[in-house]
Structures are given as structure tokens and as C-alpha cells.
Design a protein around this ligand. Structure first.
Ligand code: 26V
Length: 841
């Protein structure tokens, strides 16, 4: 399928803007009038309150109003959702299954209304009922079922696939607790449970009759308060699917995100009960339900938790059982499997799918090895999202052995055949045999999940050009030489619906007024904005929309946290997971350099800036948590210093999540994308900032490189070591050289070490000295500090000239078309999945 074909499909979407009443009548035709749902006095909305909740609509709480309202919106899309499913069945269409341990969905109400093109009619209907629309939206908790970029990408992909009418289902886990909620106490991160399902969720539909069984070769029992496994006593888990609608923009296709909940089998083992093994029978239930209790909040290490291993297998087993059951309902010939099914593995997390699919084809379908193996490879494809060695999953052989020994047997057989092939093709190359092996030898033997995913699939892709190249030429070089044709790149993208149309209505409207609204479904159209960079009127409108977004953010911040910031200052943002490689510390050092300059020369003319940080640290990542503490102390120290008051302000906004990103990104003037080159696979917030008119200060890493290619280097502020320079200087790099030779670097560090930022907590930042100096500064902060400061100096100069600033920012927006996830999905669809749109009849 080519992109143009998709464009044709898209042009069939309702033509008029969602402000246009003509569009509304078109919608009412396909969805029926709004009034039965939310319009009239006794609409479904009131019914939901009265009959679902047995409550007088007149006294419903804000939360109850939100629930009933969302249920009414779900009522509106229900029929279309059913016809989408029916169409796929009738057409026996090839489907995409996106398997991911994470879907960082955020809120759904405003998104669904907007994608159904029911904006602003729904808003008006709500207000006619005396409901506060914005308040209603605020009632919805974020569905935070992901850690960061990988999970949010999965959510953007679902949006794009639905808009492009691609038959696609997302498969994930229905965590009872999502990403922990972050609060800050005395500068330190506190983690609080995110009980997002406490009051129920109005979007999901439980499908108990579609439950599946997952068999394990062990049982669990409680002994002295601990859960132990009992070998060779098989047990069964039940997976119950909960479906959520994925509304494609235009409302034509409603795809499904299917999330699994773990449960114990319905039966109670009386035999066991009779023999007095009461705990044994009970512990099945205990263990089963805890399996999908909580999302693992670590995005960087595979700290060896058996529960995570089980979660991964559970997702794979449930999803494949469901996929195969559906395939068999409409097909009889196993050879057709790859013609009907494309399964994308989002990182190695669901990579046990290789062994599981092979097992189903061998043991249940009774195919021979060769046929089963070919079908498995043709059906599966794998995306890698990180080169960080500590994040590459390796699971102990012993765990496979206890829980799923048949899978281990299958993995050994795959490996035997692989190594035989490698020995034939690369005679005498024993090093290669060792490196490509699916088994890492050692005291505790482990399965290399990335190797399993690459060997057992037909496609392996990275998520930005530089990342795909490094993956192929360094991380898994030996395997890439064995299977060169499997490797490809798919540069990430983000959905312009959530990240521009909805998050930034002011800018969205300016763009639509200038070039029409086609950009919403074809972001490449933004290039038509280029000529408006020269248009004084448009520049003014652009700056006004930015100012409006900044004011909105400042108002929200004040009303929710009491913090006051000045929208007249430059908003200089750095928001993402807290990790050493993302170098929040480099940003902090840069701020200290400016702070020192002002302290020694109070007359210095600098553009007033508000530095805004946000992000979560993995609970076990001690240095990342110390970085948060440091940023907070830095903010407090600067606030208390009269010399810099009104000119510098450092803010750490707690609880970074999708909703906060939606507020903050449109309000940003500058986006910091400053990872050590070679470490950020792609980045996706960089794209969101770009399309919202922020200027990027960044290293040549991940997709930032491609952003500069699109916009021209002169329209970004690139600085620092390149990937090659990082690699080549590793062996001799010493942070002390910079400390000794650069006065500003030394003064910044000495100020930290002197407890200037921790007068009441002496010594707490000693670990920063260790990482930045004593331990060798692995992420090369000091090497890049000087050029980073210089880049920001240039930012300050440009900002003083609003016309020139607006011009660059507009050129960035105009060059961001490539970074739509629609483009990314079009590439996956044509190169990897070979899937066509299937319009709903
Ligand atoms: C690793 C682990 C290790 C085991 C425990 C749970 C867990 C959860 C997540 C991860 C890997 C995180 C990888 C990730 O998020 N990569 C990001 O993917 C983005 C989308 O492709 C990309 O833009 C970012 O650059 C990349 O860091």
C-alpha cells in the first residue's frame, strides 16, 4: 500500500472543518441526532445517571457527570464500532496486531469527541445542560499504562491506524495501577499508587465470554508469607479481555484496544480442599489477580522480577490465543496465516510470541517444523526502541524451565538450527556463534530476547535513521550480517490530532486559516506554511497564539499548584523521563553558568527565562531521584536570590503525564533535546515541540537529526559531540580536563560541591561529583557544556528579535510534516505489514 492510496481514502473523510455546521449534518447522518444521547432533557446522559448509577441528575457530582457523559459518547460510537468489527469479519481483511506491554493513552473524552468531529456541538450540548465542559474533561484520570516514549508511541500508532482505516487491534495489559503518581516532598520524588480504575472506566467493555486460558507448568503456593512456585504441578490462569474504542479521526473507523486482566479459573479445586491443602487452592486466586496489578515503572533496567516475566508471557499467550481463534473462525488453511495476520512486537517485551506462535503451530495445529517456522517468521515483526545495554532484556533459562518448559525446548531447537546455519555460513567464526546465540552462557544462563525476536521475525526496525544504523552496525552487528534483509528503519511520528489540533487550538486555527484544514490528516501539507514565515500578519498571529498558550499554562499552574510564572519570559523546557543519558544535569549546569554570570555581573543583559522541568525517575534509580532533588533545590536557591529574581526561574512541575505534556508543549518557546549522541533512539517529544512552534536546542541524536534535515540546520540550535565523536573519544575522555581548563565549568561544579544549593543538607549532592568527575562522566556532560551554553546564548539573542524568532518557529512548524505518525504507519503498512485500508461499510 502506498501513501497516495491512503490519501485517497482519507479524502473520503468528512470534508468540512469541525467548526462548520455542514459537517455536523453529515455526522448526524451517520451517528443519528445528538439529542437522544446528550441533547434532550431525558437523553441517554440522564439515563446513565438515573439507571446505571441510580442518582438524581440534578445532584450528580462532577465525576458522575463525567462518567455519564462519556458513556453517552460511547453510545454514539457503539454502532460504528460494531460495524467496524463486522466489516473486518465480512471482508476477512488482513489485520495488524500491535502487541505492547505499554499504551500511554492519557485522557479519552476530548479526544474521542474531537475525532468524531462532534466538536463544538457536544460542548454546546453540555453547556446547554449547565455542565462545565472543561471541568468535565478534568474529571478523567489519565490512563497511564506506560512509562514514556515507547508507550506513547503505541497510543499514537493506534490513532493513526484508525484514521487511515487500517484493520488494527492493540493488545496490552489492563494494569489496575498505572505509572505511579509523582509528588515532590522537600524536593524529593515520592511515588504514590495510581489507582486509575477505582471509580471504574466509562470507555471499556468487559468481554467475559471471550476469556482465554493460559497454562503454566507450575503452581504457586504461599509459604511463610512468600509466594513459591511448585514445579511440575500445572496450573491455569484466565485472561479476561476489556475492549476500548480507538476512534479514527473522521469517525469512520473505530478500532479496538484490547487489554487483558488476569483472573483465577472459576472452578474451585475441591479435591485439594478435601485433602486439607487449603492454601494451595487459595493461592491460585491470590497469584492470578496480582499478575496484572501494576505496570513496571522502570524504563531502563531489567531488574530481575519474575512477575514481569510472567506479565510478558501472559500478554503473549492471551493475545495469540485470541488472534489464532479469530483466524481459524474465517480461515482453514494455515498457509494463509501471514496473509491475514501481521503481528508487531513493541520492543522485546512481547518477544516470547516467537516461541508461543511456533508452539501453537506445532502442538495444536500439528504442522511440521519447517512450515511452522516459516509461518512464524512471516507473521511476526519486531521494533527495537533502545540501545542501552541494561535495557536489553535477558531472562534466566531457569524461569522458562519452571514456568514454560515447552517454550524453552522450542527456543533451544531454534537456536540449534540457527547456530548450525551460522557455522556453515561463517566457518571458523566461533566468536560470532557465541554472540548470535539465543543463549547467554554463564553461571546463570539467560535467553537473549532481542536475538530471539530478530531470528524469529521477518523484520527488525529501529525508530530513527541513526538508531537503525547503530542497531545494525554495532548492537546486533553479527545477527544483522546473518540476516541483512530483515533490518530497516521506521522513523517515529506522533499524532497531529492529539498533539496539535486538540492540544493547541489557537495555533491549529491559525494554521487552518492560512492553509486550510487538510493538514489534520496529511501533515505534509504544513509545508505550505513556509511562505507565511515571510508574512508579518501571520507572524503576529503566530506569536499571539504562543502567548495565549503560555498564559493558559501559567493560569493552570497557578490554579493547581499556586506557583506563579511570567508568560512574558522565555519558556525553556526539558520534559521527559529523568535519566543520566537525557542529561537533565547538563541543563542544570548550564543554568548555573548563567546564574554565576549574573551574580558576578548583575548588570548583564539576559533574556528573562523560566526553566521548566518535568519527568519521573524510576523508583529504584537513585541518581535520577537525586537529580530531581537537585533541580528542586536549584529552583529554591534561585528564587531566594535577589540578584536573579525576575530574570531566572527554575520550576520542577510534578506528575509529568500525557495531560501535562498537552498543556506544556504548546506553551514552550524552547525544547531541550540534549541526550548524549547515540543514546536517544528517536525521541518523540522533540517532534511535538517542533509542530507546536518551539525551537529546538539539541544534540545530533535520534530523530532530532532528521528534524534538522527537514527544517535546515540553521533553524535549530544544534551543538555538542556527534555520535562518532562520542565513540572515538570514549577511551581518552576525561571530565577533569574540562574542569581544569574551563573556568565557568569549574565554578558551576564548585558551587554545587560547596553546598550552595544544599546549605541545610550538606553533602547530599556528593554523588553528582562522583558521576560528573570521579567516575569519569560516562554521559560526557562536561564535554558538551560549553557549546550548549553557546547555543543558548544564540537563543537569547534571537528571542530579543520577535520577528526573526517567529520566522524560525514558523519554518519549524512548516517542516514538521514528516513527523506525523500517519507517515510512519503508512511505511509500516506498506513495507512490513503489507496491509491495506478496509473502509467500514
Ligand atoms: C525497558 C524496560 C526494562 C524492563 C522493565 C520495564 C521496561 C520498560 C521499558 C523499557 C524500555 C524503554 C524503551 C523506550 O521507551 N524507548 C524509547 O522509545 C521511544 C519510542 O520509540 C523513543 O522515541 C525513545 O527515544 C526511546 O528512549
Amino acid at each position: 500500500m502506498s501513501t497516495p492510496a491512503l490519501r485517497e481514502e482519507k479524502s473520503a473523510a468528512p470534508e468540512k472543518s469541525n467548526q462548520n455546521p455542514a459537517n455536523l449534518s453529515q455526522l448526524l447522518e451517520s451517528y443519528g441526532s445528538l439529542s437522544p444521547y446528550i441533547g434532550a432533557d431525558h437523553a441517554f446522559y440522564e439515563h446513565h445517571l438515573l439507571y446505571d448509577r441510580v442518582i438524581d441528575p440534578a445532584v450528580a457530582s462532577a465525576r458522575e457527570q463525567f462518567e455519564a457523559f462519556s458513556r453517552s459518547i460511547r453510545d454514539i460510537l457503539a454502532q460504528r464500532w460494531v460495524s467496524t468489527k463486522k466489516t473486518y469479519e465480512q471482508q476477512n481483511a488482513k489485520r495488524v496486531y500491535y502487541l505492547s506491554l505499554e499504551f500511554l493513552i492519557g485522557r479519552s473524552l476530548a479526544n474521542n469527541v474531537s475525532n468524531l468531529l462532534l466538536d463544538p456541538a457536544v460542548q454546546q450540548a453540555a453547556e446547554a445542560k449547565g455542565l462545565d465542559w472543561l471541568g468535565l474533561i478534568e474529571q478523567e484520570p489519565d490512563a497511564g499504562l506506560g512509562n514514556g516514549g515507547l508507550g506513547r508511541l503505541a497510543a499514537c500508532f493506534l490513532d493513526s491506524m484508525a484514521m487511515m482505516q487500517i484493520p488494527a487491534t492493540g493488545y496490552g495489559l489492563r494494569y489496575e495501577y498505572g505509572m505511579f503518581r509523582q509528588t515532590i516532598a522537600n524536593g524529593w520524588q515520592q511515588e504514590n499508587p495510581d489507582n486509575w480504575l477505582r471509580d471504574g472506566d466509562p470507555w471499556e467493555v468487559a468481554r467475559h465470554h471471550e476469556k482465554v486460558e493460559v497454562k503454566l507448568n507450575c503452581s504457586f503456593q504461599l509459604r511463610a508469607g512468600n509466594i513459591e512456585t511448585v514445579r511440575d504441578r500445572p496450573s491455569t490462569l484466565i485472561g479476561i479481555p476489556f475492549d476500548r474504542p480507538v476512534v479514527g479521526y473522521g469517525g469512520k473507523t473505530i478500532n479496538t484496544l484490547r487489554l487483558w486482566t488476569a483472573a483465577a479459573p472459576d472452578y474451585f479445586d475441591f479435591k485439594e480442599f478435601g485433602t486439607g491443602d487449603f492454601v494451595g487452592a487459595l493461592s491460585d486466586t491470590l497469584e492470578a489477580e496480582s499478575l496484572t496489578r501494576v505496570l513496571y515503572p522502570d524504563d531502563s533496567t531489567t531488574a530481575g522480577q519474575g512477575l514481569r516475566f510472567l506479565q510478558e508471557y501472559f500478554l503473549v499467550a492471551c493475545s495469540l490465543a485470541d488472534i489464532i481463534r479469530r483466524f481459524k473462525r474465517y480461515n482453514t488453511d494455515w498457509e494463509k496465516l501471514p496473509e491475514k495476520v501481521a503481528i508487531q512486537l513493541n520492543d522485546t517485551h512481547p518477544s516470547m510470541a516467537v516461541a508461543e506462535l511456533l508452539r501453537l503451530l506445532l502442538d495444536d495445529a500439528h504442522l511440521g517444523w519447517d512450515q511452522a517456522w516459516e509461518l512464524t517468521k512471516k507473521t511476526l515483526a519486531y521494533t527495537n526502541h533502545t540501545l542501552l545495554p541494561e535495557a536489553l532484556e535477558k531472562w534466566p533459562v531457569a524461569w522458562f524451565d519452571v514456568l514454560i518448559p515447552r517454550h524453552l525446548e522450542i527456543i533451544y531447537e531454534i537456536n540449534r538450527r540457527l547456530l548450525d546455519e551460522v557455522r556453515v555460513r561463517f566457518p571458523g567464526d566461533n566468536g560470532r556463534v557465541e554472540r548470535v546465540s539465543l543463549v547467554e552462557e554463564g553461571e546463570r544462563r539467560k535467553i537473549r530476547m532481542a536475538n530471539l525476536a530478530i531470528v524469529g521475525s521477518h523484520s527488525t526496525n529501529g525508530v530513527a535513521a541513526v538508531h537503525s544504523r547503530l542497531l545494525r552496525t554495532t548492537t546486533v552487528k553479527d545477527l544483522a550480517e546473518v540476516f541483512p534483509d530483515r533490518f530497516n528503519n521506521k522513523t517515529n511520528g506522533v499524532t497531529p490530532r492529539r498533539w496539535l489540533l486538540q492540544a493547541n487550538p489557537a495555533l491549529g486555527q491559525e494554521i487552518t486559516q492560512a492553509i486550510g484544514k487538510e493538514w489534520v490528516t496529511d501533515l505534509s501539507r504544513l509545508k505550505e506554511l513556509r511562505r507565511f514565515a515571510e508574512d508579518g500578519g501571520f507572524r503576529e498571529a503566530f506569536l499571539a497564539s504562543k502567548r495565549q498558550a503560555k498564559q493558559r499554562f501559567a493560569d493552570w499552574l497557578q490554579s493547581t499548584t499556586g506557583q506563579i510564572i511570567d508568560p512574558g519570559t522565555l519558556f525553556d523546557c526539558h520534559v521527559k523521563r529523568i535519566h543520566e543519558y537525557k542529561r537533565q544535569l547538563l541543563n542544570a549546569l548550564r543554568i548555573i553558568v548563567v546564574y554565576n554570570r549574573l551574580r558576578s555581573n548583575p548588570e548583564l543583559d539576559v533574556v528573562p527565562r523560566t526553566f521548566i522541568f518535568a519527568g519521573k525517575a524510576a523508583p529504584a534509580y537513585r541518581l535520577a531521584k537525586l537529580i530531581i532533588k537537585f533541580l528542586n533545590n536549584l529552583g529554591a536557591t534561585i528564587d531566594a536570590d535577589p540578584v536573579v529574581k525576575g530574570r531566572l526561574k527554575v520550576l520542577f512541575v510534578p506528575e509529568y503525564n500525557v495531560s501535562l505534556a498537552e498543556r506544556l508543549i504548546p506553551a514552550s518557546d524552547v525544547s531541550n533535546q540534549i541526550s548524549t549522541a547515540g543514546y536517544e533512539a528517536s525521541g518523540t517529544s522533540n517532534m511535538k515541540f517542533m509542530m507546536n512552534g518551539a525551537l529546538t536546542v539539541g544534540t545530533r541524536d535520534g530523530a532530532t537529526i532528521e528534524m534538522a534535515e527537514e527544517a535546515g540546520e540553521e533553524n535549530l540550535f544544534l551543538f555538542g559531540l556527534t555520535v562518532e565523536q562520542v565513540v572515538n573519544s570514549r577511551s581518552w575522555y576525561s571530565p577533569y580536563w574540562h574542569y581544569d581548563h574551563d573556568a565557568e565549568t569549574r565554578e558551576a561544579l564548585d558551587l554545587i560541591f560547596s553546598d550552595h544549593f544544599s546549605p541545610d543538607e550538606p553533602g547530599i549532592f556528593a554523588p553528582l561529583r562522583e558521576t560528573l568527575l570521579t567516575m569519569g562522566d560516562h554521559y560526557m556532560h562536561l564535554a558538551d557544556l560549553k557549546s550548549y551554553c553557546e547555543a543558548h546564548h544564540q537563543v537569547g539573542i534571537l528571542y530579543a528579535d520577535p520577528e526573526a524568532w517567529a520566522k524560525k518557529a514558523i519554518l519549524n512548524v512548516a517542516s514538521s510534516g514528516k513527523f506525523s505518525s500517519d507517515r510512519t504507519i503508512a511505511e509500516y503498512a506498506s513495507d512490513i505489514w503489507k496491509v491495506e485500508p478496509c473502509p467500514v461499510i
